[in-house]
Ligand binder design. Structure first.
Ligand code: DON
Length: 570
């Protein structure tokens, strides 16, 4: 072949490769969209095996991830009554495979119309002890039943009644008391007999039941049946509404029929960020979770972790937590009532400014940051993650706040009232149950949603997808942060839920850590920088993760080893 022939053939090759490359890339794109939309398998990770079972049943009946989410959430209301329920609220982060749409269903509780900013304060301005956590006055108007009706109607394939059927069966047949339920009952022991309807179900002989005792919930079964029959109206109007309002009022609560009939879920745009090719899609206000998570990740992405020792990495992570939680207290509240500077708080430029104040060799005292005045724990609340074979996803976090919520049950309903009103700032500078401080942006107003830390989240990248979340009050956000960073570094679902955790939330100016979360060397490195360390008396959190690996197609589900459940792939 002479030179010109060679050149000619090269030209032909070049000519051919161009369209060939774009053809190949189109093929690849189609393939990756096909992979991205359809894992061909379904998976569930929830806090209770019977809730996971309920979701599986719904898959077997032809339901999609949204139907399964309804079944799982309703089942958890029965089998994990200490953590969430019809008397509480929920956030559902959805990915609709067919359209690629991502939406956040906000079924958070709202303050009743008769609520006032100072309703938990004495005349002299001091807080009334425990008023925002105990009894019906501590309860916001529930959102979870409306959330379930909405999911079924707008996104599900099956009728609401079919997806509620497993929960109804569980309430009727009874559930076996497990260690976590009983720990919650010990926590509630002091107040259980103040509201006999609650005591009748959970302390049947006036005592905490023995492990293995069967607990039946006939009133809850009937409430679920009315929801199944009439959807929204079956809870927020008619018999259930009457029982809830009468029960509340007879015991010092302030709910009205109009509060219930007027409850509305809100579909919101999730907050999103991108760090090194990983998209983070998470909870917008009235949750503080997504903004605080993305803010921390943005601060951290400016540091070259690969060149640093682990004490320095943890120091920087704590400094990012400190700064993001400071802003949480200053800026975050219900966006329908206050202006939240979402774009600014999730912007990398804003994080660069925060990063500039971080020293490698020294902890910043929280008092040294621009002040808002002085500012968690646990595994009440519950999170589940689910994906179906078509690629629809739900990350759902649901809560009645503290164990068994406010401890109050309206007679005849089986519904445990939340104590989510405690997530408001009842007075600037007064700490809530998670030691969080707040400001006027999160003060009580009729119809307003209390600021939450619940952080149902999707992570998406070339690697695939992770669906995650956990209970844990203010610690939710730092748990999701650490699991997200682990996934970005190649961790699988099991490693994400098993990670030992540490936490800082601006105030108190202390790093709380689980046994094993900080090596002796890391503790020394942190203390030398001026961090105050406090070992958590017990492990915390109950994370549930589903992942889907785009390349291998493998779907994985893992539940927290601190809990009692296990993930399932179908
Ligand atoms: O919405 C919130 O942030 C809290 N009510 C969540 C409570 C919680 O996670 C309890 N678990 N420890």
């Amino acid at each position: 072949m002479n030179k010109s022939q060679q050149n000619a053939s090269i030209a032909v090759i070049q000519f051919m490769t161009k369209p060939l490359t774009s053809f190949l890339s189109i093929l690849f794109l189609v393939a990756s969209i096909a992979v991205a939309n359809s894992p061909d398998r379904a998976a569930i990770a929830s806090a209770h095996p019977m809730a996971t079972q309920a979701g599986q049943e719904i898959f077997e009946q032809g339901g999609n991830a949204f139907d399964a989410a309804v079944a799982i959430a309703a089942a958890l209301a029965v089998v994990e009554p200490q953590s969430s329920g019809l008397g509480g609220g929920a956030f559902f982060l959805l990915h609709v495979a067919e359209s690629g749409r991502q939406v956040f269903v906000d079924a958070r509780e709202v303050a009743p119309a008769a609520a006032t900013a100072d309703m938990y304060l004495q005349e002299n301005g001091d807080p009334i002890p425990r008023a925002s956590v105990i009894g019906p006055l501590a309860a916001g108007i529930p959102g979870q039943p409306a959330g379930l009706a909405h999911l079924a109607q707008k996104y599900g394939r099956l009728p609401l009644a079919e997806s509620l059927a497993p929960a109804i069966r569980y309430a009727e047949q009874g559930i076996v008391a497990n260690v976590r339920m009983l720990a919650g009952l010990r926590f509630r022991r002091k107040t259980y007999d103040r509201w006999p309807a609650f005591g009748k179900v959970f302390y049947p002989d006036g005592e905490i039941p023995e492990p293995g005792a069967v607990i039946k919930q006939p009133d809850l079964m009937n409430t679920l049946k009315r929801l199944a029959a009439d959807g929204f109206d079956g809870f927020y109007r008619g018999e259930t509404a009457r029982l809830l309002v009468d029960g509340s009022r007879a015991s010092g609560g302030i709910w009205s029929r109009d509060d219930l009939a007027g409850y509305r879920i809100v579909e919101r745009e999730p907050v999103a960020g991108e760090i090194n090719g990983v998209r983070i899609i998470s909870a917008p206000p009235p949750s503080s979770g997504g903004i605080t998570l993305i803010n921390m990740l943005n601060i951290l992405q400016g540091f070259d972790f690969a060149t640093m020792d682990s004490a320095t990495r943890k120091h920087l992570t704590i400094e990012a937590m400190r700064r993001a939680f400071r802003d949480r207290a200053e800026y975050l509240g219900d966006p329908d009532f206050v202006t939240v500077p979402v774009e600014r708080l999730v912007s990398p430029l804003y994080a660069a400014g925060q990063r500039a104040s971080i020293r490698l060799d020294k902890a910043t005292s929280s008092d040294a940051l621009p002040g808002i005045g002085p500012a968690g724990k646990g595994d009440q609340t519950t999170h589940f993650s689910v994906i179906d074979s078509e690629g629809n996803r739900v990350a759902g976090t649901m809560s009645i706040n503290l164990w068994y919520g406010s401890g109050f049950m309206a007679p005849g309903t089986g519904v445990i009232f939340n104590n989510e009103m405690d997530d408001f700032s009842i007075k600037p500078g007064v700490l809530n149950s998670y030691d969080l401080v707040g400001t006027a942006v999160n003060s009580i107003e009729p119809g307003k949603r209390p600021l939450s830390s619940m952080t149902p989240t999707f992570l998406e990248s070339d690697r695939g997808v992770a669906i995650l979340g956990t209970p844990g009050g203010s610690r939710i956000i730092t748990m999701v942060l650490q699991a997200a960073m682990a996934w970005m570094n190649g961790a699988d679902a099991n490693e994400m839920v098993s990670l030992k955790r540490f936490h800082h939330q601006f105030y108190p100016d202390v790093v709380v850590y689980e046994e094993g979360a900080l090596t002796a060397e890391e503790q020394q490195g942190l203390q030398q920088r001026g961090h105050q360390l406090k070992k958590s008396p017990r492990a915390y959190g109950n994370m549930n993760v589903v992942t889907w690996d785009a390349e291998s197609g493998k779907v994985d589900a893992a539940t927290d080893p601190r809990g009692i459940s296990e993930g399932r792939v179908y």
